[in-house]
Structures are given as structure tokens and as C-alpha cells.
Design a protein around this ligand. Structure first.
Ligand SMILES: Nc1ncnc2c1ncn2[C@@H]1O[C@H](COP(=O)(O)OP(=O)(O)OP(=O)(O)O)[C@@H](O)[C@H]1O
Length: 364
């Protein structure tokens, strides 16, 4: 179990992360999701003590600094470009293994596991971005660790690579490890993670099982299809319902199909189709993070814990629930595409930071 308690960091320009507390359980992949600039990398660096800041994170009760044999306990992918560009992939892994007390046979094993055997003798600087990412992951796996902390592990990978890493992380979690992987890609995280920690503007937006997140917060609208949308729109509005027109469809802000059908019946408007449409991952996430971004003065943000934080909806794809009304129609609705990035934070104007700390800008 990873326990992060009161993590915080303030940069001079007001960016950073607020008072973040959450837990990460073993046996599942936990997705750490947030738009560009939300504070994911900062949080990960704080968890590992790689940057100065507030709070404490324990891995099975000990901080990263206290863990004996950190390489063999906590595997970290924080900077895929960490290998010296002139050193071969194999030499880099041998060097890290020697420093971390890991037997050198592990080098061959992780090269094979990450699909790098054929480029093992290539200098790291001549590897593609995807290969560098695999090398970072190989480094994290060297010590066969119980905990994995991975910052954007799918970054730079092609679609096959993304699928490969998804399968790999699920397998590692299935072995009982604790896998914590950040991403700014919505659908990718939904396919990978069982638990979700969402941050925006340096604040915790939600934490908990993905399914629960969806159940508790998915928003549903009734969609009505009719040849007479104007007449139905007036009737629905008179009945106190919020409604908008999308092409010839009316989207009614309720999940109550019977009420919509009754209003249509009273108004004498024939409805061709009536169904419930649940909001997709993208919609829900954007709504959640927009609210957090609007409120964001991250460095000064008050405490936000997993239990106390407001949560919002996400779903891997949209579901259309056929309604017991006029002409039931289970029409597939919007779903997030596999590569839908979350837009950058409105409140954070600094470009995404994969860059190392700029210490002179920091306030401890
Ligand atoms: N060393 C630094 N000095 C000043 N500001 C920083 C520094 N590092 C990060 N920031 C700012 O802190 C905020 C959070 O950045 P961070 O890199 O943690 O976000 P992120 O969620 O990992 O983003 P991305 O998905 O783009 O990698 C951003 O506004 C960023 O510009």
C-alpha cells in the first residue's frame, strides 16, 4: 500500500500542487490522471522525495528514503531520458543494477521483457522516443520491485506499444504489485486502471475505483428524436426541464424518460426515439477538471483528501440505455477515442514540464 499524506509544493508563479492525500492499493493498476500541467510529475517527485516540498509518502510504511534497497522495492520511471546518451542500453542497465545490488542476469531478463534485446548494444541517445521509454521501464523493473511509480509510461509509444504496456502493467498488478501510472490520456487510463486518482490545477478531484467513480457521477440525459423539435422543446421547457437542441435531437437534462414521454404525449408531439445517453469519459472529465481549474490557486489550495474531495464521472465508453418509451432505440453515443488528450489547464499557462526542477524558482 502506498500512502501519500499532505503532499504540497509551491512554485513562485503560484503553480504547484495543493495538499494532496491519497492511498494506492496493491493488486490493481491505479491511474493518476490529470491534464497537462495539473501537477502529476510534481506529485510523483514529491512522493519519491526527488523534490523539496510538504507531506510524506510511505511504501509499505516506509518513505522512499527509508526503504532498504530502493531499486528492489520501488521501481521508478520519472524521466525516460535519464540514461547517458553515449551509454548502450545494456550498459546503462548493468550500471544501475550494480549500483542497486541487483544481479546482472536481470539485465537480460528486463531487456527481453521490454522488447529491447535487439537494440541492447545501441547507445541510449540513438534510441527512438518509444525505445527510450521502454528503457526507462526496463530500469524500473530491474529490481523486480513490489511498487511501480511510472510517470506517463505510454508516452512516445506507438499503438502496439501502448497495448503492450497496458498488458504488462496489468500483469504486474495481477502479481500483487502496486502499480501507480500517470497519464493525461483519458481513454488509455480507463482501459488500464481499476482505480483512478484525478487531479487538476494541483488539487485532488477524485480518488477511488473507476467503476464507483462512473456509477456515482455519470451524468445522463434523455435524447428525444422527433419531426417537431420546436414544439417539443417548448413543451419540455414549460414543464420545467432544461433542454437543448442538437441537430434534430432534443437533449433533456434528466434521466426520466417517462416524464419526457408524458410531456410529449400531452403536447401531442409524436416522438420517434427516446433513450438515455450517459456522458462519456471525456465530457465528465472535462467538467470535473474545469471546475478544479477555475478554482485553482494550487499552491495555496486547502487540504484535499481522497475521502473529502469532490468526485466526478468518467466512463470508458458511453452507454445508451434503451428507454421504455415511444420507440426504444439503443443508439451508441459518444465515446472517448483512444488518443484523446485532456486539454491543458486553463489556469496553468506554463508549458508542460517534463523538465527537471528549476530550483531557483522553488519555495520549499
Ligand atoms: N521546476 C519548476 N518550476 C516552476 N514551475 C514548475 C516547475 N515544475 C513544474 N512547474 C509547474 O507546476 C505545474 C505542474 O507541473 P507538472 O509538470 O507537475 O504537471 P503534469 O501534470 O505532470 O503535466 P504534464 O502532463 O504536462 O507532464 C505546472 O504549472 C508547471 O508549469
Amino acid at each position: 500500500m502506498i500512502v501519500a499524506d499532505g503532499l504540497g509544493k509551491s512554485y513562485r508563479d503560484g503553480a504547484g500542487v495543493g495538499d494532496l492525500s491519497f492511498t494506492v492499493r496493491p493488486g490493481v493498476v491505479t491511474g493518476f490522471l490529470g491534464p497537462n500541467g495539473a501537477g502529476k510529475s510534481t506529485t510523483i517527485r514529491l512522493m519519491l522525495g526527488l523534490t523539496r516540498g510538504r507531506g510524506r509518502t510511505t511504501f509499505g510504511g516506509r518513505t522512499y528514503a527509508e526503504v532498504p534497497g530502493p531499486l528492489r522495492t520501488v521501481g521508478v520511471l520519472a524521466d525516460a531520458a535519464a540514461a547517458h546518451p553515449a551509454r548502450t542500453a545494456a550498459a546503462h542497465l548493468h550500471m544501475v543494477a550494480a549500483g542497486g545490488g541487483v544481479p546482472s542476469r536481470r539485465v537480460r531478463e528486463v531487456l527481453a521483457e521490454t522488447g529491447l534485446t535487439s537494440v541492447a548494444r545501441k547507445p541510449a541517445g540513438r534510441l527512438s522516443l518509444g525505445m527510450k521509454q521502454r528503457l526507462g521501464l526496463a530500469t524500473a523493473l530491474l529490481g523486480d520491485p513490489e511498487y511501480l511509480i511510472l510517470d506517463e509510461p505510454a508516452n512516445g509509444l506507438d499503438p502496439q506499444g501502448v497495448r503492450w504496456i497496458r498488458d504488462l502493467l496489468k500483469r504486474l498488478a495481477g502479481e500483487g504489485r502496486t502499480v501507480f501510472a500517470s497519464s493525461h490520456l483519458l481513454a488509455e487510463t480507463a482501459l488500464l486502471a481499476e482505480d483512478l486518482i484525478v487531479i487538476a490545477g494541483g488539487r485532488l478531484v477524485s480518488a477511488g475505483p473507476l467503476d464507483e467513480f462512473v456509477r456515482r457521477h455519470a451524468r445522463a440525459d434523455v435524447v428525444a428524436r422527433t419531426e417537431h423539435p420546436a414544439a417539443l422543446l417548448v413543451a419540455l421547457a414549460r414543464d420545467g426541464l432544461r433542454v437543448r437542441q442538437e441537430a434534430r435531437d432534443l437533449v433533456v437534462e434528466t434521466a426520466d424518460t417517462e416524464r419526457v414521454a408524458a410531456v410529449a404525449g400531452r403536447a401531442g408531439v409524436q416522438v420517434r426515439e427516446l433513450f438515455v445517453r450517459q456522458s462519456g469519459l471525456e465530457d465528465a472529465f472535462l467538467a470535473a477538471t474545469a471546475a478544479a481549474s477555475a478554482a485553482a490557486t494550487p499552491a495555496a489550495a486547502g487540504p484535499a483528501t481522497a475521502a473529502a474531495a469532490p468526485a466526478v464521472a468518467a466512463t470508458a465508453g458511453a452507454a445508451a440505455t434503451p428507454a421504455a418509451a415511444a420507440t426504444p432505440a439503443a443508439t451508441p453515443t459518444e465515446s472517448a477515442t483512444a488518443a484523446t488528450p485532456i486539454p491543458p489547464q486553463a489556469a496553468t499557462t506554463t508549458p508542460p514540464s517534463a523538465a527537471p526542477d528549476r530550483p531557483r524558482q522553488e519555495l520549499p
